[in-house]
Design a protein around this ligand. Structure first.
Ligand code: C5P
Length: 208
C-alpha cells in the first residue's frame, strides 16, 4: 500500500499531476482543495462571510466526499472563499478525519493539497511539492480563463494569485510549505507531460 502526498502552490500543475499519476498507478485520488471549496461555497450560497468561523466549522462538519463533483466549486470566488475558511483551525480539524480515512484505504491513495505531506500524511511513502514562478502560474490561470470564454486581466490574476499564496503560506495552522522530506518539482519550464514523467521517475525510484 502506497500513500503519495502531493502539495504545492496554486496553478503549479499539482492537480493535473496528481490526477495523471493516480491514473498511471491505478490509485484513488483525492483533491483536498475541493473540501475547502465545498465549505467556502456553502457559506457564499447561504450569504455568509467566509470569515465567519462558527458557520464555517458547522459547514465543514457537514461536508462529505459526495459533494465534491459540483462544478460550482471551480469558480474563482469559491477558491478565494476556500482559502479564507482554510485559515480557521476548526474547519481544518473538521476535515481531518475524512482525509485520513481516504489515505488509509487498502491499496493506498494519492492526495493533493497544501498540508498533505506535513499534517495529513506525515508518513506518506512519497512526498512531492510542486511549484512554479508566480508569473508563469498566473499566465496559466489567465490562459485557462480565456479558453473558458471568460474575461480576464493578467495583472489582476497575478495579484489574486499572490494574495492567495500569501494567505496559504502565512496562516498559523498548517501553512503551505514543503515537508522536510518532500521532493520539489519546479514546473516553470515543464509541460504537464514532462512534470508527470519526472514524478513517475521519483516515485518508481522510491517505491519501485
Ligand atoms: O487547491 P485549491 O486551489 O482547490 O485549494 C483551495 C484552497 O483550499 C487553497 O487556497 C487553500 O487555502 C485551501 N487548502 C488547504 N489545504 C489543503 C487544500 C486546500 O488549506 N490541503
Amino acid at each position: 500500500m502506497s500513500v503519495i502526498a502531493i502539495d504545492g502552490t496554486l496553478a503549479s500543475g499539482k492537480g493535473t499531476l496528481a490526477k495523471c499519476l493516480a491514473a498511471h498507478m491505478g490509485l484513488p485520488h483525492l483533491d483536498t482543495g475541493k473540501l475547502y471549496r465545498a465549505v467556502g461555497y456553502a457559506l457564499l450560497k447561504a450569504g455568509h462571510s467566509p470569515d465567519n468561523a462558527g458557520v464555517a466549522i458547522a459547514a465543514a462538519q457537514r461536508v462529505n466526499l459526495d459533494l465534491l463533483s459540483d462544478p460550482a466549486l471551480l469558480h474563482d470566488d469559491v477558491a478565494s472563499a476556500a482559502s479564507k475558511v482554510a485559515v480557521i483551525p476548526g474547519v481544518r480539524a473538521a476535515l481531518f478525519d475524512a482525509q485520513k480515512a481516504f489515505a488509509a484505504q487498502d491499496g493506498g491513495a494519492i492526495l493533493d493539497g497544501r498540508d498533505i505531506g506535513t499534517v495529513i500524511c506525515p508518513n506518506a511513502d512519497v512526498k512531492l511539492f510542486i511549484d512554479a514562478d508566480p508569473e508563469e502560474r498566473a499566465r496559466r490561470r489567465y490562459d485557462e480563463l480565456i479558453s473558458l470564454g471568460k474575461s480576464a486581466d493578467y495583472d489582476t490574476v497575478l495579484a489574486q494569485l499572490k494574495e492567495r499564496d500569501l494567505r496559504d503560506s502565512t496562516r498559523a495552522d498548517a501553512p503551505l510549505k514543503p515537508a522536510d522530506d518532500a521532493h520539489i518539482i519546479d514546473t516553470t519550464d515543464l509541460s504537464p507531460d514532462d512534470a508527470l514523467a519526472r514524478a513517475i521517475v521519483l516515485v518508481e525510484a522510491i517505491i519501485g
